[in-house]
Design a protein around this ligand. Structure first.
Ligand code: NAI
Length: 366
C-alpha cells in the first residue's frame, strides 16, 4: 500500500500525521511511505529521521502524493492541492465537515474516500484511534501552563522568610478528558483546585484527583455514550448562579465544556466575569466552538475589567512533538484497522470506518 504524509500548511498547525517511529512500523509491514520534505520539522522530526525509517522524501505536495492510495494529514488538504490527489485515493485527516464543505465536495468529485479523524466513535474498540481524547489530553495540560504564565501570582503555597504566599485557587469547568488533565496538572503545580461537570460520573473522577467539586443540586445532564446533554433552562440558571458565586474567589478558571455537535454552552456570563477578582485569568479551551465565556474571542486575549480571557486555538500544536506522537499512534491504529492482508479495505458497514467516512466512491455521507 502506498501511503503519503504531506507537510501541513494551515496557519498555526505544527503537528504531523505520522512520526518516523510509526513510519518504520508501516515500512516493516511492506508498505511504501512518502513524506513531504519538512513535514515533521515542527514536531522535532527531520527528513533524515523519516528516510532512516524507510520513507521516500517528497519534494512537494504533488510529488509526495503522486502514487498514494492513502494520504494521512492533520488538516484538510488545501483546495489548491486537491487536483494532485490521485483519483480514488483515501484521505485521513481532521476534515471538519461542518466548516470545510468545499474540500469535502472536491474530494468527493475525485471519488476519494475521506475519513474524518474527529468523527471516531467513542467506543472501547476505537480508543487507540481516538484523536479527540489524545489531543484533549495535551490541551488540558497546556491550558494550565497558559493560565499559570498569564497569572501575576504563583500557583503553589510558599512559606518564605519574607512571608507566606497563598496558593492560587483554580477552578476547572467541564471535567471530560481535557478538564481532568487540567485538574491533575493544576494540582501538580500546587494550586487549590475545584471542578464542576454536569455528568455525575465526572464528579467522582474530580474527587479521585484530589480536587473538590462545586455542588449544585438537581442538575444531572448525562446523555448517551457518556456525553453531556444540554441542561434545561431551570437547571442552567441554577448552575449559573452557583458558578457565579464560586468564580468570584478564583484566580484561574479553565473552561472545557462541550456538547458534541453543538455550540459550546456559555457557562461564564458577563455578570459572572464582572464579579471576578482583579488579576484573575480565564483560559477558554472551548474558544474554537464558540467559547464557554461571554466575550471570548478565538485566538485572542480579551481584557474585561481586571480579568483576562484567553481564547487559545489549536492548543495541541503548542506541544507538537507529543501531540504528534499520540496522533501518529491514532493514525497508525486506524490504518491497521483499514487494512486487510496488506491491502486497503474500506468497509462502510464497519462501525468505526462507517462513522468516520464522509465520502466514499462518489457518495457524500455528511
Ligand atoms: P467533551 O469535550 O464533549 O466535553 C467536555 C466536558 O464538558 C464533558 O465532561 C461534559 O460533560 C462537560 N460539559 C458539557 N456541558 C457542560 C455544562 N453545561 N457544565 C459543565 N460541564 C459541561 O467531552 P470529552 O472530554 O471528549 O469526553 C467526555 C466523556 O466521553 C468522557 O468522560 C467519557 O465518558 C466519554 N468518552 C468515551 C471514550 C470511549 O469510550 N472511547 C473516549 C473518550 C471519552
Amino acid at each position: 500500500m502506498h501511503i503519503a504524509v504531506p507537510r501541513e500548511t494551515a496557519p498555526g498547525e505544527r503537528r504531523v500525521a505520522l512520526l518516523p517511529a510509526d513510519v518504520a512500523k508501516l515500512a516493516k509491514l511492506g508498505h511504501q511511505i512518502a513524506v513531504e520534505t519538512q513535514a515533521g520539522s515542527q514536531s522535532s522530526s527531520i527528513d533524515s529521521d523519516y528516510a532512516k525509517a524507510g520513507a521516500r522524501i517528497g519534494a512537494d505536495f504533488a510529488d509526495t502524493v503522486r502514487d498514494a492510495q492513502v494520504i494521512c494529514a492533520v488538516q484538510p488538504p488545501a483546495l489548491a492541492d486537491l487536483a494532485a490527489i490521485p483519483t480514488g485515493a483515501t484521505v485521513i485527516a481532521y476534515l471538519q465537515p461542518a466548516t470545510s464543505r468545499p474540500s469535502i465536495d472536491a474530494l468527493n468529485a475525485r471519488r476519494a474516500s475521506a475519513l474524518a479523524l474527529e468523527l471516531v466513535p467513542r467506543i472501547t474498540r476505537a480508543q487507540s484511534m481516538d484523536v479527540l481524547s489524545s489531543q484533549a489530553t495535551i490541551s488540558g495540560y497546556r491550558s494550565v501552563l497558559l493560565g499559570a504564565e498569564a497569572l501575576d501570582r504563583l500557583m503553589p503555597m510558599l512559606s518564605t522568610a519574607a512571608g507566606t504566599l497563598a496558593p492560587a485557587k483554580c477552578f476547572v469547568l467541564g471535567a471530560g478528558v481535557a478538564g481532568l488533565q487540567a485538574i491533575a496538572t493544576a494540582r501538580r503545580l500546587g494550586a487549590l483546585v475545584s471542578g464542576f461537570d454536569v455528568r455525575p460520573a465526572a464528579r467522582e473522577q474530580i474527587l479521585s484527583l484530589g480536587a473538590t467539586v462545586l455542588k449544585v443540586e438537581g442538575i444531572d445532564a448525562e446523555g448517551s455514550g457518556g456525553y453531556a446533554r444540554e441542561q434545561d433552562a431551570e437547571q442552567a440558571a441554577r448552575t449559573q448562579a452557583a458558578i457565579r458565586a464560586h468564580v468570584a474567589t478564583m484566580d484561574l478558571v479553565i473552561t472545557t465544556a462541550a456538547i458534541p455537535g453543538k455550540r459550546a454552552p456559555v457557562l461564564l456570563t458577563a455578570e459572572s466575569i464582572a464579579g471576578m477578582k482583579e488579576g484573575a485569568v480565564i483560559v477558554d479551551l472551548a474558544a474554537e466552538t464558540g467559547g464557554n465565556c461571554e466575550g471570548t474571542r478565538a485566538g485572542e486575549t480579551v481584557r474585561v475589567g481586571g480579568v483576562r480571557i484567553l481564547g487559545p486555538t489549536n492548543v495541541p500544536s503548542q506541544a507538537a512533538a507529543h501531540a504528534s506522537q499520540l496522533l501518529s499512534k491514532n493514525v497508525l491504529t486506524l490504518l491497521q484497522h483499514l487494512t486487510k492482508e496488506s491491502a486497503l479495505h474500506i468497509d462502510p458497514a464497519d462501525e468505526i470506518t462507517g462513522a468516520m467516512l464522509v465520502c466514499h466512491q462518489g457518495e457524500l455521507r455528511v
